[in-house]
Design a protein around this ligand. Structure first.
Ligand code: ZN
Length: 232
């Protein structure tokens, strides 16, 4: 039995597996990413090569998580033992990710926010500048433990940079909380922690003016070219 077949059968014990499974490991997907496609009877799962040496029980959880995305039924289980294993694994991926990117300006901002709001408890992720995106100001990707900040904020004030940094750090701090199998990224606890930042309302207004004052054309062209992609 293939891994896909096994995952399906454990997830849907009443259903017959009538698909042609195909499992592919590749380097095209980003760090610890994966996807699933159903074309007619062909059920194809692609995994980043990093998954190859990971325990099958965890991989079954990942595949079940993907299967639930394409076979949506109200009667579906919201989680399984394997999905729980997979979620625990992804929560700890940051421990095995090498820390190679550490921009000094972003690192200084990280240290300030860590000391001020998190008692220095947060382990430092990779920190890098991205494109000058207006659509996404910053992003925390738990697959490669990286905070990416839009270069739109390279010239802005420290309080703006710090506020956005703090927001992304909270994503790492809270990871993803699961409610009925759905991930919620901005939970009430997240928002409450975010509001600890003094003058947050005023800073959000300033962020909007930074976005408004950036020439639209230049930025949109870059977004179109797909230089800025997001995961998770
Ligand atoms: Zn967010």
């Amino acid at each position: 039995m293939t891994l896909i077949h096994e995952s399906f059968t454990r997830l849907f014990p009443q259903k017959e597996f009538t698909y042609i499974p195909e499992l592919e490991y590749n380097r095209r997907l980003s760090s610890f990413n994966a996807n699933i496609k159903l074309h007619g009877k062909k059920l194809k799962v692609c995994l980043n090569l990093q998954w190859k040496d990971i325990d099958d029980e965890i991989k079954i959880g990942l595949i079940q998580h993907l299967l639930l995305k394409i076979f949506r039924r109200k009667s579906n289980p919201t989680t399984t033992t394997n999905i729980d294993l997979y979620n625990n694994f992804t929560r700890n991926i940051h421990l095995v990710i090498p820390k190679t990117k550490c921009d000094p300006v972003l690192a200084a901002s990280f240290e300030r926010m860590n000391t001020r709001f998190l008692g220095g408890s947060l382990e430092k992720p990779n920190l890098q500048w991205g494109a000058d995106s207006r659509r996404k100001l910053a992003h925390y990707n738990f697959h490669n433990d990286t905070i990416t900040m839009s270069t739109l904020f390279k010239e802005s004030s420290q309080e703006i940079l710090d506020y956005i940094m703090y927001h992304e750090m909270l994503h790492k701090h809270f990871k993803f909380e699961h409610n009925n199998g759905r991930s919620s990224f901005h939970s009430p606890a997240f928002r409450q922690a975010e509001r600890m930042y003094p003058n947050w309302k005023e800073i959000e207004n300033k962020i909007h003016s930074v976005i408004r004052s950036t020439p639209r054309k230049r930025v949109q062209k870059k977004v179109k070219k797909g230089l800025w992609r997001f995961f998770g």
